[in-house]
Design a protein around this ligand. Structure first.
Ligand SMILES: Cc1cc2nc3c(=O)[nH]c(=O)nc-3n(C[C@H](O)[C@H](O)[C@H](O)COP(=O)(O)OP(=O)(O)OC[C@H]3O[C@@H](n4cnc5c(N)ncnc54)[C@H](O)[C@@H]3O)c2cc1C
Length: 395
């Protein structure tokens, strides 16, 4: 009998892994707690290297043709004085010189449907409750559907159930905070035909922080206010007006729409930013991927891409019969490097915000004037994706 894999959690990591395993001929079942893939304000930014990977699988052109999205060729930071084009994705890939901004709510069902086309079982509304064990080895999972208990045996259980992973907790794997300095408050408002052009990934310096303006092709702008980590209670106490006033200093054309939509701070969605590591990504019979193994900050927009890169690497290991625990050796150093960079960037940003200094750090302002710098920055920030092994690539 071949390897039977149970994947717990149908976020980007879990759904891509399910697709790849099914495509590689592995018997795989995905358990997703929710009844659908609807979700808002998640990491929706597919990096150029990820698009190349999907292209190698023959998926990218259908995805980009069938799923509404926008394309961003630059990350821009606007100050009252000028706009800095800090990262220019035109330098990141010849085939896909852009980030594709595709809401997870559209990307995940599209990919899950293709996974079932290769024979994967996708169980929606299936909530993981505990691990089954055979001695020291994880041998399957217990889960519930509408409160009814079920069990499923597996040679490998994959915990891809996100930042608050129950699989991780059941395995007794500890998560440690590395120290995020910022939290985010999200809102969405309708777009109008005569709105100013955007790159899709724009950041505006405002007094005391930044406001992100994102466009994922939903007909709405996604707006994100950064606030110092752990200050949400104070922000709620102060009410929504200071946030709207701050918006008025940088995006005055959106103020009326935000006032009409965001009547109180409760109408905003809080993302407590986390940067988290775990002692180990695996135990016998079990592997963690994506946010379950490493939560990253939205700085760089790579949470989704790291989860997808884990899935690509793990699928190769499973399909070739290699040790799944090898995933950590291959992926952890790159993830930790990204996390350490984020801790530094967030700390520096929090200090500058507290001192009332807004906009990019001086070094970045200077470097962004150096020809070729922003394209180099895009190449250096690439998330490496393992090339699919022949059984997956179909070649
Ligand atoms: C609320 C939130 C907002 C975010 N906002 C941003 C952002 O603005 N920008 C950014 O770059 N990144 C953001 N991220 C991070 C980004 O979305 C993640 O890095 C990325 O989605 C990680 O993918 P994943 O597959 O590892 O996990 P997730 O996308 O978290 O998926 C986990 C899946 O597991 C399922 N699940 C959970 N518990 C169980 C269970 N017991 N049984 C079965 N299934 C279960 C969940 O329903 C979910 O579908 C956000 C994350 C969260 C949680």
């Amino acid at each position: 009998m071949g390897t039977r894999v149970v994947v717990v959690g149908g976020g980007p990591g879990g759904v891509l892994l399910t697709y790849l395993l099914a495509r590689g001929g592995v018997e795989v079942t995905l358990l997703e707690a929710r009844h659908d893939f609807a979700r808002r304000f998640r990491g929706d930014t597919l990096a150029p290297g990820v698009l190349e990977y999907l292209d190698d699988l023959g998926l990218a052109s259908d995805l980009l043709a069938e799923v509404p999205h926008t394309r961003s060729d630059a990350f821009r930071w606007h100050t009252p004085e000028r706009t800095y084009r800090l990262v220019d994705y035109r330098g990141a890939s010849k085939r896909f010189p852009f980030y594709a901004l595709i809401p997870q709510a559209r990307f995940l069902p599209w990919l899950a449907e293709r996974a079932t086309g290769f024979g994967a079982t996708v169980r929606m509304g299936a909530r993981f409750s505990d691990l089954l064990r055979d001695g020291e080895r994880v041998s399957g999972v217990r889960y519930t559907v509408d409160g009814e208990p079920h069990e499923i045996a597996a040679d490998l259980v994959v915990g891809s159930d996100g930042r608050s992973s129950k699989v991780r907790a059941a395995a007794g794997i500890e998560a440690t905070e590395l120290g995020a300095s910022l939290d985010l408050l999200w809102a969405a408002v309708d777009q109008h035909d005569d709105d100013p052009p955007s790159s899709g990934l724009d950041l505006f310096a405002r007094p005391g922080g930044t406001i992100a303006l994102l466009d994922q092709g939903t007909g709405q702008w996604q707006l994100g206010w950064s606030i110092p980590a752990g200050t949400f209670a104070e922000v709620r106490e102060a009410g929504v007006e200071p946030l709207v006033d701050a918006l008025g200093t940088v995006l005055p054309w959106l103020v009326d729409r935000v006032r009409a939509t965001v009547r109180s701070v409760n109408d905003l969605t809080l993302l407590p930013v986390r940067i988290t590591t775990v002692d180990t990504w695996s135990k016998p019979g079990l592997v963690l991927i994506g946010d379950a193994a490493h939560v990253v900050s939205p700085v760089g927009g790579n949470g989704i891409n790291l989860a997808l890169a884990d899935a690509a690497e793990l699928a190769n290991l499973v399909v070739t019969g290699a040790d799944p625990a090898e995933l950590e050796r291959r992926r952890r150093p790159g993830v930790e490097k990204e996390q350490q960079g984020q801790v530094r960037i967030e700390r520096a940003a929090a200090k500058r915000n507290a001192a009332g200094v807004t906009g990019p750090p001086t070094a970045l302002r200077v470097l962004s004037n150096v020809p070729g710098f922003s394209r180099l920055a895009a190449r250096r920030s690439r998330v490496p994706m393992a090339a699919p092994v022949p059984a997956i690539a179909g070649s």
